[in-house]
Structure formats: structure tokens, C-alpha cells
Design a protein around this ligand. Structure first.
Ligand code: ZN
Length: 126
């Protein structure tokens, strides 16, 4: 962990042939593997806690996933430093970069977003 080299986009199974503008105009210090973020819901005020598996960009807002049936919008807390253990224990979701078949099975739009450095959400693997 931590020493993982940046994925070379060109190595993604030949998908580098995808055209379109894709300057990687990102801050150089994006959160990397292990970083934990929380999203606060504007309706139920519960936290959706997400951990990075890979390095990449993540959205400022997402649908609340903290409470079943909640239709609130959750806002990023921008990776607060030194999260307490109870937050670490409550990680239920992961931001990751799909590769291989998983990448190829994405919609063209999502593939382009991944190539632009965006991470994808999944339930945390146990
Ligand atoms: Zn909510």
C-alpha cells in the first residue's frame, strides 16, 4: 500500500484509442489509497463514509447512502485528517479505478470519466 505506481492510462487494454479531449488537469496531490472521506446528508444528517482504494478524483456531492430510502444529497467533508477509529470502522464504500473487464464493461461515458481520472463507487469488499 502507498507505493502503488500511478496506473498508466495507456495500459488499459487498448482502450487508449478512445479519442476526445482528456487533459489530466488535476491537482497533483489527490487523495490516495487508504484515504477516508465522509459525505454529510442534507436531510437525515447521517454520514456516508468512503475509503479510497486508488488515487483519483471523487465528486463533491453524491446521493445519500447512509440511510435506506433517504433521498437527500450528501456533501463531501473533503477528507478530514486523522479520522477517529469509529469512523474507520464505519467505512462501507470504496472509491476505486476499474480495470480490465470491469473497465471494458462500463458505459462509454463512464469509461471516458475513468480515463479522465474519476474513481467509481462500490460497496467495500470484506
Ligand atoms: Zn440521508
Amino acid at each position: 500500500m502507498g507505493n502503488r505506481r500511478k496506473l498508466k492510462l495507456a495500459s488499459l487494454n487498448g482502450m487508449s484509442a478512445l479519442s476526445g479531449p482528456q487533459p489530466l488537469d488535476q491537482p497533483t496531490e489527490l487523495p490516495g489509497p487508504g484515504a477516508i472521506n465522509a459525505y454529510v446528508c442534507n436531510r437525515c444528517y447521517n454520514l456516508t463514509i468512503v475509503q479510497n482504494v486508488d488515487r483519483g478524483t471523487t465528486p463533491m456531492y453524491m446521493t445519500c447512502l447512509a440511510k435506506e430510502g433517504c433521498e437527500g444529497t450528501a456533501r463531501s467533508m473533503r477528507y478530514p485528517p486523522n479520522p477517529p477509529q469509529k469512523v474507520i470502522d464505519a467505512v462501507k464504500w470504496e472509491w476505486y479505478r476499474p480495470t480490465g473487464l470491469e473497465f471494458e464493461n462500463l458505459s462509454p461515458e463512464m469509461r471516458q470519466r475513468v480515463l479522465n481520472g474519476e474513481l467509481v463507487l462500490r460497496e467495500k469488499l470484506r
